[in-house]
Design a protein around this ligand. Structure first.
Ligand SMILES: Nc1ncnc2c1ncn2[C@@H]1O[C@H](COP(=O)(O)OP(=O)(O)OP(=O)(O)O)[C@@H](O)[C@H]1O
Ligand SMILES: [Mg+2]
Length: 600
């Protein structure tokens, strides 16, 4: 597929209003769970801060005055709070776990549904790896953000707020000082993280270049060797790895510096407070327990601050993921039903191309002013040199692509007035590179008709001669084909996908080099069966082996997006034109090929 020019849009990861709204809307169906989860976090955090407050009371009102009943009272409260806290912690971890699963599932479902609707043109412009990464990595990252990231964030914020509140309750002057220092600490922490992150991003960028370079050199190793490119490639590779080393070194250095620096600032602040309050004890109304609690609250707050920087960095990445996902969801299918689209119940009828123009990329016409009329039930063969536009024509009949100019009629309808479902569910198409799905042979044949009976499946397979090789398998029709059918040869896959099309009993039947990898003997055996299928239904055959298309009602020679010649086999031979040339050259080759087979 021509995807070299695919360039990924850069996403900022900035939390704009629009993205925030859409991310939050993912939570909407689970409103009550979210509320329950926020409530349990707040509860746990407040209780946590209150425990420290109890320690202060224990020192000031119990231990220092030697008040035994008070000590017992406070310790009992302590125990009760710890139980309540445990319940709260269980609550939010449980809720967050469920929430994560749901969001992941919802997002994947949404993407999957949308991907099914996108037109073929989207797939020819977007690398499959990119799409899969959206569905797996990005949904994962967003689900993480919505759950654990969200949890870290709320936990940090709530902790800072409750710590501050309790500090104010103990001594508002000191609390005010902390409140002033706080933003600086937060900014310092975030700046540090940003630097580290940008270094790591550099590392990742180089890393993906290295992977790509590996990939190209390994898959193309024969070419590399044959052309003696080893030395140049090694040089390029060396440049990449040393760049990666430098960026990695800087990132590691910054990371190593980060914690000590933040901790140093915190310790200095704590020390200053202890020193300052120590000098003021008694006349500022702060107690020993109060100082102790204050220092605890300070350290309490430092954790989330150190952590917040990490959470923000992760959030940024997750937001970029969310943007990519939304971008994919927002991609409009190029081909979609009109609101007034109808299903006429059948698409048996004549097919007409009226001044059809088509191009994949601007300024590169592929089909040029194509006109033809095909009668219902006709068998049409498309032949011609490679790149002429044969596959494009049949893809247009399936409405995988629509004319850019002109129109295509099925029966009396402009086919864009029909629903895609109405057209595509009644067309059977078999491609040169057929796709099988992992599962058994039987499942693959019945793919388009899940209700098919075993007899029907076997009948279809006999017609296409797939039955012969299937019955040689140990498990017969229940044999697994492997992922994408890797356990079968290309020819076997073609026969299975041919059986699939036969079974689906389509109204229009299309074979695009459907038997190109099947040996000539089997192909001639299939011929009879296929003729039975093509009888009474409009069929299109594209083939390079002319022996398979001789019996078509009409043959179109397609050159350069136009019909260069048209007629029956006999007529075209008599005309001694392009088809004649093709045929005589090809026929000689095929004879030699057949001879080769027989002499083995
Ligand atoms: N997805 C695509 N994006 C861009 N250009 C394409 C795409 N598919 C085909 N083309 C171009 O359109 C032209 C016609 O291609 P098409 O596949 O229809 O030819 P074909 O007659 O089926 O050839 P072949 O006999 O080799 O199968 C070619 O020049 C090809 O490069
Ligand atoms: Mg083709």
């Amino acid at each position: 597929m021509p995807v070299d020019h695919f360039e990924e849009k850069e996403f900022s990861g900035k939390l704009t209003g629009e993205v925030t709204r859409r991310i939050l809307s993912l939570l909407k169906p689970y409103k009550w769970r979210v509320i329950g989860y926020l409530a349990s976090i707040i509860l746990v955090s407040v209780l946590d801060a209150y425990l420290t407050f109890l320690s202060k009371q224990l020192v000031d009102n119990g231990i220092i005055p030697g008040n035994r009943p008070m000590i017992i009272q406070i310790l009992t409260n302590y125990g009760l709070i710890i139980i309540a806290q445990a319940a709260g912690i269980f609550g939010f971890i449980y809720l967050v776990g469920i929430l994560g699963e749901r969001i992941r599932f919802d997002l994947r479902q949404k993407l999957f549904n949308h991907l099914q609707m996108l037109s073929l043109s989207y797939y020819s412009q977007t690398p499959v790896g990119w799409i899969i990464s959206r569905v797996t990595n990005d949904t994962e990252r967003v689900a993480e953000l919505m759950t654990w990231g969200f949890l870290d964030l709320t936990w940090g914020v709530v902790n800072i707020v409750t710590s501050l509140a309790f500090m104010f309750a103990i001594n508002w002057r000191l609390a005010l000082i902390v409140l002033v220092i706080l933003p600086f600490l937060i900014i310092a922490a975030i700046q540090f993280r940003k630097r580290i992150l940008s270094q790591y991003r550099e590392v990742r960028k180089i890393n993906s270049k290295i992977t790509a370079s590996y990939n190209e050199n390994i898959t193309g190793v024969r070419v590399v060797k044959a052309l003696g490119r080893e030395r140049e490639n090694l040089k390029e590779f060396g440049g990449l790895t040393s760049g990666m080393y430098k960026a990695g070194f800087r990132a590691a250095w910054l990371s190593a510096m980060f914690l000590p620096v933040v901790q140093l600032i915190t310790s200095i602040a704590v020390g200053a407070i202890v020193w300052y309050t120590g000098a003021q004890i008694n006349y500022q109304g702060i107690t020993i327990g109060g100082i102790q609690a204050f220092v605890s609250y300070m350290t309490f707050m430092m954790w989330p601050i150190e952590d917040l920087a990490r959470v923000f960095a992760e959030m940024q990445r997750a937001v970029a993921s969310a943007e990519r996902i939304f971008n994919l969801i927002d991609t409009d299918p190029e081909i979609k039903d009109k609101p007034t689209a109808i299903d006429p119940g059948t698409i048996r009828g004549d097919i007409t191309f009226e001044h059809v123009h088509f191009w994949y990329e601007d300024e590169l016409p592929v089909i040029k002013d194509l006109n033809f009329h095909i009668y219902r039930g006709e068998t049409i063969a498309l032949v011609g040199s490679t790149g002429g536009g044969k596959s494009t024509i049949v893809n247009m009949i399936c409405r995988f692509y629509e004319p850019r100019r002109g129109r295509i009629l099925i029966g009396p309808f402009d086919y864009t007035d029909l629903s895609l479902e109405a057209i595509q569910s009644r067309i059977g198409i078999v491609l040169q590179t057929p796709h099988l799905f992992s599962g058994t042979i039987k499942e693959n044949i019945a793919y388009g008709r899940l209700d098919a009976r075993d007899e029907d499946i076997i009948k279809a397979a006999k017609l296409t001669r797939a039955h012969d090789f299937i019955s040689h398998f140990e498990k017969g029709y229940d044999e697994q084909v492997g992922e994408g059918g890797v356990l079968l040869s290309v020819g076997q896959k073609q026969l299975i996908s041919l059986s699939r099309a036969v079974l689906s009993d389509p109204e229009i039947f299309i074979m695009d080099e459907a038997t190109s990898s099947v040996d000539t003997i089997t192909e001639s055996l299939i011929q009879e069966g296929l003729e039975a299928i093509m009888k009474d239904r409009t069929s299109f055959i594209i083939a390079h082996r002319l022996s398979t298309i001789k019996r078509a009602d009409r043959i179109f020679v397609i050159e350069d997006g136009q019909i260069a010649e048209m007629g029956s086999h006999q007529n075209l031979l008599r005309a001694k034109g392009k088809y004649y040339n093709l045929y005589t050259r090809q026929f000689r080759n095929e004879k030699e090929e057949a001879y080769g087979v027989f002499s083995q």
